[in-house]
Design a protein around this ligand. Sequence first.
Ligand SMILES: Nc1nc2c(ncn2[C@@H]2O[C@H](COP(=O)(O)OP(=O)(O)OP(=O)(O)O)[C@@H](O)[C@H]2O)c(=O)[nH]1
Ligand SMILES: [Mg+2]
Ligand SMILES: [Zn+2]
Length: 301
Amino acid sequence: MTGTVVKGIGGFYFVYDGSETVMGKARGNLKRNKELIYVGDIVDFDIDENDKDGECVIHHVVERRNHLKRPPVSNLDILVVVFSLVKPAVNYPVIDKLIAGCELAGIKPVICISKKDLVTAEEAEEARRIYADIYPSVCVSGASGEGIEDLRKMISGSNVALAGPSGVGKSTITNLLHPEADPESEDDAEPVIAQTGHISHKTGRGRHTTRHVEIFPLPDGTMLYDTPGFTSLDMPEIKPENVGKLFPEFNISGQSCRYSDCMHINEPECAVKEALAAGKISQSRYDSYVIMTEEVKKWQK
Ligand SMILES: Nc1nc2c(ncn2[C@@H]2O[C@H](COP(=O)(O)OP(=O)(O)OP(=O)(O)O)[C@@H](O)[C@H]2O)c(=O)[nH]1
Ligand SMILES: [Mg+2]
Ligand SMILES: [Zn+2]
């Protein structure tokens, strides 16, 4: 049988075959090969109801279309990069690293600015404008539900993960997108809900409430992955000269820098810096680029 790994905890995996979820373990050969199983993997498994380790044994992982190490997920069409402007405050370089990771893995980013109810409409729109010309983007509020239906339309039918810093509201959005999580739902099925947490009063940060990636299959065929938040991210092992390739707005057709190996930092006649000065590239994105370029230099040592 074939199914999708929707959750993995302590060596146990939950596999969804399109109607039911069974729990089981990986067969010895997978473990010996140190082959990691990611949530999102499509696996072949056998049912074994007499096994003390659950109801199924996974014996093969179908080749992944793509995967990310952080959050650890595979086979995504879209990654929704969720961040709030306050509670917790935004850290743009971390957001841009997550986006760059998507570009590298071939996953489409969607930008979702959360907690719209905590800032003015202008503040939310100003943040959205940083990304609006580059990626699909939306502002939402988990408190009022505003923007949630727009987000639903952007992700409908896809394999899509919500990722971003701890406390920005990923699990809250998961619940709003999941009809069975509605306490007033008339559906008899057991409510499937993602646990949500609080923001620390002292640090203004999230408390890492979600500990494991979990996929919630939605009625429209969307496979919605809720993922644990983070506060920082490491850059992948790439060369400094490749960082610019992860910024689509730097690669404006018909415009090039004087030097073909231009790093867009100190060189003269640089098309990227000209676009920055003309307001076509945002300062925030450019600053993230410089930080990321500096950070990947450590991989060369
Ligand atoms: N005011 C306001 N609060 C929100 C909104 N969305 C979520 N919250 C609150 O923010 C806190 C954290 O929400 P979660 O959904 O647990 O955040 P998370 O991103 O899943 O956090 P981790 O699982 O730690 O990564 C909770 O107290 C939510 O009620 C929103 O749109 N507006
Ligand atoms: Mg969560
Ligand atoms: Zn340049």
